[in-house]
Write a protein that binds this ligand. Structure first.
Ligand SMILES: Nc1ncnc2c1ncn2[C@@H]1O[C@H](COP(=O)(O)OP(=O)(O)OP(=O)(O)O)[C@@H](O)[C@H]1O
Ligand SMILES: [Mg+2]
Length: 494
């Protein structure tokens, strides 16, 4: 499992920030999208955009990101989630102390002048994969913004848009974290238990339509696994359709439960290939690191592995979008050739007619800062990594797969499901039943749902915080005033 605190880098995706900022009226009229944009425009202080896997939540963030007018910061709880968005992590932006549980009511380590200027300058904050952000960390975000802006309003008056699905993977917590959270009065580790949300109930928007899959029966099976209502009929039906070998002619990405399982499978596949009678050419292609990425980060906290050992015939997975559109984050392919001099490889991505030469690319670790002269959020490069945007493509964990869309996927969870939402995340990566297979049959006990998350989703957040629609605030809750003028004037499309 990757660690929530560890990753503080972002990927530079030249194409992404150059995307057209022309408005797409048809897209804006879609259910859920329309309500989100209206909520943003009306200056709702806190908005929660949720929806099942594949309902276009990340796509919506991408759209919103184009219209930030320089005063919007997009963050995600983990480096993996930030990678898909061209964003920074919550931890690096808000200087959240690494390790342990934070008590946001106590003094926090001081912010440097740059971070202070950033927090004072931003007027909108978008947080993706909110299900992976712990309640105490959301309270630190609130405390930091209030202190930096000298405002008693929740989040210091910054408009906050939280996006995610609480029935996918939860925040990473140890047993001692959970005990400490409970001692601090948190009902659950989920972000919806943060104190700040009791003072400022989110306006809740749901994206209703699943767009990743099109088969209504599959969508309905996935939904029942998501909310735990799937009985043995659903599990049996999925096993009937998917247990056994994968469809012919394609090698799927295998999703496993634990990181060690993924590493073992990738290593075994490479060794098998190298030992095969064809004795294919193989090489270890090294990445290089500078600045903070050389000095402060190791292991899974790096955006690219220090060495990628591949052979002709190896399966690989792209770890970022290609600006030229030849492959996307999550695309799978087979290595056709290796060039040690240029450290490049030729890959035939699945479903593409022509091979594609993949060269090393650069990742940058950035720090968001506030440019007072031009009154905008800017980012400064503090570290770089250069390497191939590829990872071994035989197996990954469900945790790493969260957010991906895959044409061919094989589940090998083998009775090792240990986390609420894990099976749902793994299954819902597939576009359809035809490209999905199971190495071992699913068991009814693989369907794990967190009761608190389910209750929160069932009640819907508007009802969970009923005072949202009442004129009187609940006892002890601060009345949320209208947002500050600058955040209203900075609304989307203002
Ligand atoms: N408006 C849309 N029209 C057509 N396809 C869309 C639309 N929005 C998203 N998609 C497609 O649906 C798939 C899932 O979208 P996206 O990754 O944004 O979903 P998500 O809700 O963030 O999923 P997850 O919860 O798994 O992170 C992607 O392949 C995306 O291109
Ligand atoms: Mg997403």
């Amino acid at each position: 499992m990757f660690r929530i605190n560890a990753l503080v880098w972002i990927i530079q995706v030249p194409g992404r920030h150059e995307t057209s900022s022309r408005r797409d009226r048809e897209y804006e009229a879609l259910p859920g999208v329309r309500e989100t944009l209206e909520a943003i425009k009306s200056g709702a202080p806190v908005i929660l955009v949720s929806g099942r896997a594949g309902t276009g939540k990340s796509r919506l963030i991408d759209y919103i990101s184009r219209f930030g007018h320089g005063r919007q910061a997009v963050v995600a709880p983990t480096g993996v989630a930030a990678l898909g968005l061209g964003a920074t992590t919550v931890h690096s932006t808000f200087r959240i102390p690494i390790g342990g549980v934070c008590d946001a009511r106590r003094p926090l380590p001081q912010l440097d002048a740059e971070s202070l200027a950033l927090l004072r300058g931003m007027s909108r904050l978008v947080i993706d994969e909110i299900s992976m952000l712990r309640a105490d960390h959301l309270d630190v975000v609130d405390a930091r913004l209030r202190a930096a802006r000298g405002s008693p309003l929740p989040f210091g008056g910054v408009q906050v848009i939280m996006v995610g699905d609480f029935l996918q993977l939860p925040p990473v917590t140890t047993e001692s974290d959970r005990q400490r959270l409970s001692l601090l009065g948190y009902e659950t580790p989920w972000a919806f238990s943060a104190r700040v949300l009791a003072r400022s109930a989110p306006r809740s928007v749901n994206l209703p339509r699943v767009l990743r899959q099109s088969d209504p029966a599959f969508i309905s099976a996935l939904s029942s696994i998501r909310d735990g209502s799937a009985g043995s009929l659903v599990i049996d039906a999925l096993n009937d359709l998917c247990h056994g070998s994968h469809r012919d002619g394609v090698e799927p990405l295998v999703i496993v439960a634990r990181r060690k399982d993924a590493e073992r499978r990738n290593q075994a596949a490479l060794e098998r290939l190298i030992a095969s009678p064809a004795r294919p050419h193989h090489a270890c292609i090294r990445a290089s690191f500078a600045g903070t990425l050389a000095e402060e980060r190791t292991g899974s906290a790096l955006p690219v592995a220090p060495a990628l050992h591949v052979a002709v015939g190896s399966r690989v997975m792209a770890t970022r979008n290609d600006p030229a559109g030849r492959f996307a984050n999550g695309s799978l392919g087979t290595v056709l050739d290796l060039e040690e001099e240029t450290a490049g490889v030729t890959v035939l991505f699945d479903g593409k007619g022509d091979p594609c030469f993949v060269e090393p690319v650069e990742w940058t670790e950035r720090r968001l800062t506030w440019d007072g002269a031009h009154e905008r959020v800017v980012s400064r490069i503090v570290g770089t990594a250069k390497g191939l945007p590829l990872a071994p493509g035989h197996a990954i964990t469900a945790h790493k797969a969260q957010g991906l869309t895959l044409d061919d996927v094989r589940l090998d969870l083998g009775g090792r499901v240990f986390e609420a939402g894990q099976l749902y995340v793994a299954l819902s990566r597939a576009r359809g039943i035809a490209g999905l297979s199971f190495a071992s049959p699913l068991q009814p006990h693989d369907v794990l749902v967190d009761n608190a998350a389910l209750a929160a989703c069932r009640r819907d957040f508007a009802r969970n915080w009923p005072w949202l629609h009442e004129t009187a605030a609940p006892p002890g809750a601060a009345v949320v005033a209208a947002p500050q003028a600058d955040s209203v004037s900075d609304c989307l499309f203002a």
